[in-house]
Design a binder for this molecule. Structure first.
Ligand SMILES: Nc1ncnc2c1ncn2[C@@H]1O[C@H](COP(=O)(O)OP(=O)(O)OP(=O)(O)O)[C@@H](O)[C@H]1O
Length: 317
């Protein structure tokens, strides 16, 4: 992989199963050291995309390179340069921690002289010191999950694909797992991680939102918030609410205004009323303003909005 080339580059990546299109002309670019969250409803095409990028499934159309290798033509080389962890963890319950690590080191062809050091690193990363000889089936979910990650990085891959790695793991262990993901990324590893947990999207550098096999949006959490709302969200504490809503509904630069409990939520776009001008604007209309505060929409709201707007646009076209 040349120093400037992206870790992952997909262009028009498509997978059809008979007449059904599971992944539809997907473009994706992931840089070294970047954590990209892959988010989308069930059946959106996340696992199928990840399997293609791992060289496990041949694309029907389009192309992708991973670590500089073509996933369709060089799947063996791709697999040597990646770590892959699926939600099933693929560990052997009847083997010990140490035996599992040895087994995966064999699969990944870790050189014999590196084995001791790599295994020590994986054990310490997973926090499994002292448990090397414990049978894996007796470990709690969080330990298994960290061991699975340890197995997936034994050969020091520069790119990691994690397919719902935190599924079914308790919140505390999930938080620890994300610390590990960030440690790996800080060392330059590029990571694509799919998740159903919306709060985890917040931990990613960028998010790729996918629906019906197509990329709906890609950007940092704050870019996606901006894009979904068309501006910045503010919470306005004022009375009377109805009069404020009426006044702001037709004001220039107000993208959206709605009553939210006993407050007003408004979205301010570019080139109109600013948040600083808001109190005076309302006071001139005999509306008493307590406060104007920036508000942060949840990423769940952002995704629902982006997916529904995209579905409406597609249905109309
Ligand atoms: N081998 C296959 N043959 C036929 N259809 C398939 C095959 N693999 C996946 N699909 C279909 O492709 C679509 C995308 O599946 P995929 O598993 O990629 O979605 P996902 O986003 O990972 O969903 P989930 O979050 O539920 O795992 C689904 O409708 C699925 O049923």
């Amino acid at each position: 992989m040349s120093p400037d080339s992206p870790a992952v580059l997909a262009e028009g990546l498509t997978k059809r199963f008979a007449s059904f299109t599971a992944v539809d002309h997907l473009d994706l670019r992931i840089e070294k050291g970047e954590v990209v969250g892959f988010i989308g409803p069930n059946g959106a095409g996340k696992s199928t995309t990840i399997r293609m990028l791992c060289g496990l499934l041949r694309p029907s159309e389009g192309r992708a390179s991973v670590a500089g290798f073509d996933v369709g033509r060089q799947p063996e080389e791709v697999r040597e340069h990646i770590g892959y962890m699926s939600q099933k963890f693929s560990l052997y319950g009847d083997l010990t921690v140490r035996e599992n690590l040895r087994f995966f080191a064999g699969i990944y062809r870790v050189p014999h002289h590196d084995l001791g050091e790599r295994m020590r690193f994986a054990i310490s990363m997973a926090g499994l010191e002292g448990r090397e000889d414990v049978l894996v089936r007796t470990l709690a979910g969080g330990w298994k999950q960290r061991l699975a990650l340890g197995c997936a990085i034994l050969h020091r891959p520069p790119i990691l694909f994690l397919d719902e790695p935190t599924s079914g793991v308790e919140p505390e262990a999930r938080r620890r797992f994300w610390d590990l993901i960030h440690e790996l990324a800080a060392g330059g590893v590029a990571i694509l991680v799919s998740t159903h947990y919306m709060e985890e999207a917040e931990y990613c550098n960028r998010i790729a939102l996918i629906d019906g096999g197509r990329l709906v949006a890609m950007g940092t959490p704050s870019e996606l918030r901006q894009r979904s709302l068309g501006g910045d969200l503010f919470e306005v504490d004022c009375v009377p609410l109805g009069a404020a809503l009426k006044a702001l509904g037709s004001a220039q630069g107000v993208v959206e205004a709605a009553i939210f409990g006993d407050k007003l939520h408004i979205v301010l776009g570019q080139g109109g009323l600013s948040a600083e001008e808001l109190p005076r604007f309302l006071a001139e209309r005999e509306i008493r303003v307590g406060s104007v505060r920036p508000a942060t929409p949840s990423l769940e709201d952002v995704f629902v909005r982006l997916v529904s707007t995209t579905r409406e646009t597609r249905a109309a076209s």
